[in-house]
Design a protein around this ligand. Structure first.
Ligand code: FES
Ligand code: FES
Length: 168
């Protein structure tokens, strides 16, 4: 039984200010998908175990299913829709398509969020490092090898020192 009531929660979504009425303990994932029309952020496990619901909060990848709305107030949230026009995100998506790296695609928006952050932070450069940052992303279709290959094809073709330019 909920004892709290909904209250206005202001934050920045994909660089635009928004205010949404939400319960303090309500998961950000539900608010994004059900009230803010950001269905690119996927529900997988709901338990912070699969990586499907990753978004950037203040520039860091987090599980939206495990992020209560009270903690989002005043912060910057970026979903996969917010990355749509960024050149690196376009190249990653093209590589996924070229290498048939997704089957159902349910895992891919979370993986894109994590890869954009990792490339921005320069924590990926080879197969081992890509596998490491994607270690807690589950792909139920078994596409991991092609996902890693697609990510590597982009990372290794990117100009040295290029910024992913992830919006905050
Ligand atoms: S749905 Fe959030 S980690 Fe699985
Ligand atoms: S492509 Fe289906 S879960 Fe990864």
């Amino acid at each position: 039984m909920r004892i709290a009531t909904e209250s206005p929660t202001p934050f920045t979504l994909n660089t635009q200010p928004v205010t949404v009425s939400a319960f303090p303990d309500e998961p950000l994932l539900h608010v994004l998908r059900d009230r803010l029309d950001k269905a690119g952020t996927r529900f997988g496990c709901g338990l912070n175990q699969c990586g499907a619901c990753r978004v950037l909060i203040d520039g860091r990848p987090v599980a939206a299913c495990d992020t209560p709305m009270w903690s989002v107030a005043g912060r910057s949230v970026v979903t996969v829709e917010g990355l749509a026009n960024w050149p690196l995100a376009k190249r990653l998506r093209s590589a996924f398509e070229d290498l048939q790296a997704g089957q159902c695609g349910a895992c891919l928006s979370g993986i894109l969020i994590t890869l954009m952050h990792a490339i921005e932070q320069r924590t990926v450069c080879d197969e081992a490092s890509v596998r490491s940052v994607l270690d807690n992303h589950l792909c139920r279709c078994g596409s991991h090898p092609r996902i890693v290959a697609a990510a590597l094809s982009v990372i290794q073709a990117s100009p040295a020192g290029e910024s992913a330019g992830v919006p905050l």
